[in-house]
Write a protein that binds this ligand. Structure first.
Ligand code: NAI
Ligand code: BGC
Length: 256
């Protein structure tokens, strides 16, 4: 089924993990894809070749969304890539682990600027474009269960995703009259490069799985399925919500 035929979709941070899975899912469903990443090397060239194999148009835009003006420029280039932009997936994200008292200003800035500031100004650029062209739009933010539940030793990450929750709720109201929908996807533990260290640590993995009723990590493809639903016409009345995809993690509570 080609739910996204003739749609142009930008996914930020789409050269690995959840972002790449979203790009592949949209391409398989007929969309033209605009990929984004900070580097353009062999891995990125190979990904473009793979994506072109799905038969739709593919463009790669190099840019660092943690830098205010770069996040604006990535959106501007995405609009120019195929002449229009229909759907924006704000996926790029980073996390840094440290006790609260050891968090450096550099790490705080990196996390907040990538996960929140880049989304803020990138989305603003997309909205200005939709408004000027009088066209509808869809925005999906890759949030986290940690927009809602705690994550000790990841205070800046939680602050960024908590901020993303309120940004999304606020924008849903401001953007509905412009015919722009915005929602958050909140994954639990998904097996991607961001979790590489934890996956390699048997003790940490055991503790994590004990918190997940489904007793496994999720896959990027499972998250991409939810993103595709929210981006599709099947979700035409959905805005201002967070959709959790976490194997039951968020509302898990058990007594022995
Ligand atoms: P990942 O590390 O594979 O993906 C992050 C992507 O963002 C990478 O491709 C990276 O190069 C890109 N990126 C980072 N900073 C960037 C920047 N300044 N400009 C452009 N691209 C940048 O990890 P994953 O898991 O796929 O993460 C994707 C999103 O999902 C993130 O926002 C993360 O917070 C979120 N998430 C991940 C979960 C997980 O368990 N894997 C759970 C909940 C949320
Ligand atoms: C984090 C992962 C973590 C997961 C569940 C995500 O937001 O990026 O590192 O495993 O939440 O706690």
């Amino acid at each position: 089924m080609e739910r996204f035929k003739n749609k142009n979709i930008l996914i930020t941070g789409s050269t690995s993990g959840i972002g790449q899975a979203c790009a592949e899912r949209f391409a398989k469903e007929g969309a033209n894809i605009i990929l984004n990443g900070r580097h353009f090397e062999d891995d990125e060239k190979n990904l473009i070749a793979k994506m072109e194999g799905y038969g739709k148009k593919v463009k790669f835009i190099q840019g660092d969304v943690s830098k205010g003006m770069d996040s604006v420029s990535v959106i501007e280039q995405a609009i120019l890539a195929f002449g229009s932009l229909d759907i924006l997936v704000n996926n790029a994200g980073v996390e840094k682990s440290a006790d609260f008292w050891d968090v450096t200003e550099d790490d705080y800035d990196l996390v907040m600027h990538t996960n929140l500031k880049g989304v803020f100004f990138g989305t603003q650029t997309f909205v200005k474009y939709c408004k000027k062209e009088n066209k509808p739009g869809v925005v999906i933010n890759m949030s986290s269960v940690h927009e809602e539940i705690i994550f000790p030793h990841f205070s800046a990450y939680c602050a960024s995703k908590g901020g993303l929750k309120m940004l999304m709720r606020n924008l849903a109201t401001e953007l509905a009259p412009l015919n722009i929908r915005i929602n958050n996807v909140a994954p639990g533990a998904i097996a991607t490069p961001i979790n590489q260290k934890m996956i390699a640590d048997k003790k940490k993995m055991k503790a994590l799985l004990e918190n997940i009723p489904m007793n496994r990590m999720g896959t990027s493809e499972e998250v991409a399925g939810l993103v595709a639903f929210l981006a599709s016409e099947d979700a035409s009345y959905i805005t201002g919500s967070t959709y959790f995809i976490d194997g039951g993690l968020t509302y898990h509570y058990e007594e022995q």
